[in-house]
Every structure is written in structure tokens, then in C-alpha cells.
Design a protein around this ligand. Structure first.
Ligand SMILES: Cc1cc2nc3c(=O)[nH]c(=O)nc-3n(C[C@H](O)[C@H](O)[C@H](O)COP(=O)(O)OP(=O)(O)OC[C@H]3O[C@@H](n4cnc5c(N)ncnc54)[C@H](O)[C@@H]3O)c2cc1C
Length: 468
């Protein structure tokens, strides 16, 4: 389903030979492209590979808020760690906003950047305390936050506060602006339709295998594919999970200059773009049937699509070194407009200068107290539940076929042609559900998605599903 941000694709080739790079970036979302931006004008020969088209995955379906008001993340981080770490996280987000604005101005990127205030609210009186706690932290950290009792829009709320100096923009126009300026440099090569399958580590370099059977050798390898697919694939899901949310975009007569998000169980997130109102709601809580029912496409100018992001157990992103010369950027907790920038800045600083302001804050091997993160089991419960459900649930019978005792999914297109694929996700062997609106086979455990012919639409799986 089309996102409101969708623009014509960029024209990059597929890689059709073996290559050597100093730095290889895997993933052409906002993180990968921001990394290229920070490496342009350096002595390094840099390659970026994207398995599909650039900027067409999570980044395409964001709401494009550039804000440091990120639900009650500060309270969560303070509870798991301490006030200093919460403050440092806040400062990283404010810095990211400033870096992005600097880039937009320097490169003259026309991305509909608009300053507007961010609101955090609750519609549940039991959560008023949470709002006050978060508000107090912002005040304590020197933010000019203001407590209010209503939003600029007609939603009945219990309490809210707002903060200044936050923005909204058009994420794809920003991404394409970065690409324009990267394209002027010949130290960077970008390839689309080029997928990393796996890698081997040698003393001085990494050798990356591609789906095309070609190989890339590189000294530094950066995994910016939104999920830690290549690193302990069976361990990382303990620290991270996938959150799926639905986005509804509808015409409105009121373009109000604010954005808002709640802290309640059922997410409500709002922003405006031109004469559209963009709303997000949480689809983890909904059954697949309900999701599909709610994503009925309307004719005309309304868009409905879903998006996934990687959530971490301790509410901090995972950014930095995971091996000598291998780096990872993931776990943005649905705040990747700012975090993709800070990830790119952190990793490029580590490679270029061997140090970064945020290397300790975001390192992947940070220790945190599991018992303070009370949600540990609850956190992983939805993944386990989805895994079990995917094995036992009765899906739409018309889409299932048993061949030699194995379960296959069948999609019949409008020409009555059958598209038959094996219904097991190669990543962690969960069963797949058919997403009737987006016409993909989706893994409910970690968010991999496959086309009706089994090709990967998004990871973490790095292999396609078998087509019959
Ligand atoms: C509903 C929703 C709303 C959101 N709204 C906001 C918001 O308002 N503000 C905000 O800050 N954040 C928001 N986010 C989060 C933000 O959109 C994401 O965190 C961000 O876009 C992630 O960017 P990325 O580059 O890391 O990942 P992606 O955009 O997913 O890019 C990763 C790329 O890697 C490619 N890839 C994967 N595997 C391979 C492989 N093996 N080989 C080659 N390429 C590969 C993929 O095809 C993909 O293009 C939202 C998230 C959701 C779910």
C-alpha cells in the first residue's frame, strides 16, 4: 500500500561484479544514506548495498516527526539506568535535530521542514502521573516544557504537556536531498537490488556474499538494515522486538502546527502534512483479521499502510561496534529520524576519529539490569505468542495447501494464476501470515515480509522463501 511519502525511485544499478571497498554499508534506508553522507569527502572508498530500492522500507512509512519528545522514554531510561543516562539520551536527540537542520540548510534540501511543538498526552486518568513524571524530567533537564489540559485538536484528554523546538518534515525528500549531495562525490558507490546473504571474517577484512553470487571485500562493515540480522540472530531478539503500527492519512481542512503522541496502551500519534492528517495506531494489539479489516483502502486521497520498527528492551538504540571493524545501527524504538542521524554520526566518528560522544551510551554490549526492566517477559511474550499462533492458528483456508505433508501458502492473482510458497520464515522458522491488503507473506515474530513469489520485501530474514 502506497505511503504518503512515496516518490519516484532513485536510479542506481545492481552490483554485477566483485568489489573491494574500505567501508561497506548494508541497507539503503535513512541510516545507510546518512552514513554515506558523513563519509562523503573522506579518503575512504565506500559502498552501499540495498536489497530492494533505496528509502523504500521503514523510512518510507514513518510519520516524519523530528522530535525529542518520544513518549515516556526518558522515564523508562531513568528507571532502567539513571538520570544521567536519560539526560544524555535527550541531548543526543536534540543534537540529532540540530545536525539534521544544519545539513538541510547546508545542502539546501527542500524537504518541507516545519517547526512545530510536540505534545505528550494521555486519555487515561491512571496515566496522569506518568505524564507529570516525564514533564518533570524535561523541566529538570532544562527544556521549556508547559503543562496543559488540552490539545490543539478536539480529542478528549486527561493531561498533557508540550515542548518547543521540534519539527516535522518530508522524510523521503530529505533522504533524496542527502543522496543528491552524496552523488556529487566519487568516493561513494551505491547499488540497489543487491542483497547481503552472509559474511566471513578474515584477519584484515570481511568478505560479504551477495544474493547474486558476487562478493564484496571490505575493511569496515556496517550493518544498517534496521534489524541485527547477521549478528547472533538467535540472541538479539531477546534484546529487541518488532513493533507494527498502522498509519492512516486523511484529508483535513485544518493543518494544525503541532504534533502529538500519547503514552497509553493503544498508541495515538498525530501530525499534519499540507492538508493531510497523519495518525498512527498500534496494530500489535489487534488480530490480523482486525488489522486487515481496518486497512480498507479508500478511494481518493487517503493512504493506509503499516510499518514496523525495532524496539529494545532498555529503550536505548543499539549503535556502534560489535566486532573489531564491524558496526551495527538498530533498535530505534520508532524514533529513527533522529536516531538514524545519531547512528551515522556515531559510527562515522568511530571509523574516522576512533572515538564518539555516544559510543558508551549506545554500545551493543551495555549491561543493564533485567529485573529493573520489569517488562522483560511481557516484552518477549508477544513474540512467543505470535510464534505459537503462527504454528497453530487457522488462517484463511483458501490460502493454504498441503503438498507432501508440507504447508504451502497459495495466493491467486486476478488472472487466476496461483503463486505458491513455503510457509516458513527462514529467519527463525515462524509460520507466515498472508497480509491481504499489502499482498505479502508476513512473519508475525520478527517482521520479515515476502512477496507473493517468496522474494524478501523486508528482513530480518536474509533468504527468500521457497517458491513452488
Ligand atoms: C508507524 C511508525 C511511525 C514512525 N514515525 C517516526 C517519526 O515520526 N519520527 C521518527 O523519528 N521515527 C519514526 N519511526 C521510526 C523510523 O521510521 C525508523 O526507525 C527509521 O525509518 C529506520 O530507518 P533505517 O534506515 O534504520 O531502516 P530502513 O528504512 O528499514 O532501511 C533499512 C534498509 O536495509 C535494507 N536491507 C535489509 N536487509 C538487507 C540485506 N541483507 N542486504 C541489503 N539491504 C538490506 C532494507 O531493504 C531497507 O531498505 C516510525 C516508525 C513506525 C513503525
Amino acid at each position: 500500500m502506497k505511503s504518503i511519502w512515496d516518490l519516484d525511485g532513485t536510479k542506481y544499478p545492481k552490483l554485477t561484479e566483485n568489489k573491494n571497498f574500505d567501508i561497506l554499508i548494508v541497507g539503503g534506508g535513512l541510516t545507510g544514506i546518512s552514513l554515506c553522507y558523513y563519509f562523503k569527502d573522506t579518503k575512504y572508498k565506500v559502498g552501499l548495498i540495498e536489497q530492494n530500492s533505496l528509502l523504500k522500507s521503514t523510512t518510507l512509512k514513518t510519520t516524519g516527526k523530528l522530535t525529542y519528545l518520544q513518549k515516556d522514554l526518558l522515564t523508562k531510561i531513568k528507571t532502567i539506568y539513571n538520570k544521567d543516562i536519560a539526560k544524555k539520551y535527550l541531548s543526543s536527540q536534540i543534537n540529532a535535530i540540530n545536525y539534521i537542520i544544519e545539513i538541510i540548510n547546508k545542502e539546501n534540501i527542500k524537504c518541507d521542514l516545519e517547526e512545530n511543538e510536540s505534545y505528550l498526552f494521555t486519555t487515561n486518568k491512571n496515566n496522569t502521573n506518568k505524564i507529570i513524571k516525564e514533564f518533570n524530567l524535561y523541566k529538570e533537564f532544562g527544556i521549556d516544557a508547559k503543562l496543559l489540559n488540552k490539545l490543539p485538536i478536539d480529542i478528549k484528554i486527561n493531561s498533557c504537556f508540550k515542548v518547543p523546538n521540534t519539527y516535522v518534515f518530508h522524510p523521503l525528500k530529505y533522504g533524496y536531498g542527502l543522496l543528491n549531495s552524496i552523488n556529487k562525490n566519487n568516493n561513494i558507490e551505491i547499488y540497489k537490488n543487491t542483497r547481503m546473504i552472509d559474511f566471513k571474517k578474515y584477519n584484515e577484512y570481511y568478505e560479504v556474499n551477495l544474493n547474486s553470487n558476487y562478493k564484496i571485500k571490505c575493511k569496515f562493515l556496517i550493518i544498517a538494515n534496521s534489524y541485527p540480522s547477521f549478528i547472533f540472530p538467535y540472541l538479539f531478539p531477546i534484546k529487541t522486538k518488532i513493533e507494527k503500527e498502522c498509519v492512516i492519512v486523511e484529508k483535513t481542512n485544518n493543518n494544525l502546527k503541532f504534533n502529538a503522541i500519547n503514552i497509553d496502551k493503544n498508541i495515538i500519534s498525530i501530525r499534519f502534512y499540507k492538508d493531510y492528517m497523519i495518525r498512527v495506531y498500534d496494530s500489535n494489539k489487534l488480530s490480523l483479521k482486525e488489522i486487515n479489516k481496518s486497512i480498507t483502502y479508500k478511494d481518493g486521497n487517503s493512504y493506509k499502510f503499516s510499518n514496523y520498527d525495532v524496539i529494545t528492551l532498555d529503550s536505548l538504540p543499539i549503535i556502534g561496534k560489535i566486532d573489531n571493524n564491524m558496526f551495527l545501527a538498530t533498535g530505534y524504538n520508532t524514533w529513527g529520524m533522529t536516531n538514524s542521524n545519531i547512528a551515522a554520526k556515531t559510527i562515522s566518528d568511530l571509523i574516522l576519529y576512533n572515538k564518539s560522544e555516544y559510543e558508551n551510551l549506545f554500545r551493543s554490549n551495555r549491561e543493564f539490569s533485567l529485573n529493573k526492566s520489569l517488562n522483560f517477559f511481557k516484552f518477549n511474550l508477544s513474540t512467543i505468542y505470535n510464534l505459537l499462533l503462527s504454528k497453530i492458528s487457522l488462517r484463511d483456508k483458501s490460502t493454504i495447501k498441503y503438498i507432501n505433508g508440507e504447508k504451502y501458502g497459495v495466493y491467486i492473482d486476478k488472472f487466476k494464476k496461483e503463486h505458491i510458497v513455503k510457509l516458513t520464515c527462514p529467519h527463525m522458522k515462524c509460520g507466515l501470515f498472508f497480509n491481504t491488503k499489502e499482498k505479502t507473506w508476513d512473519c508475525p515474530c520478527h517482521g520479515s515480509r515476502f512477496s507473493i513469489d517468496g522474494d524478501i520485501v523486508r528482513g530480518p530474514s536474509t533468504s527468500c522463501i521457497k517458491k513452488l
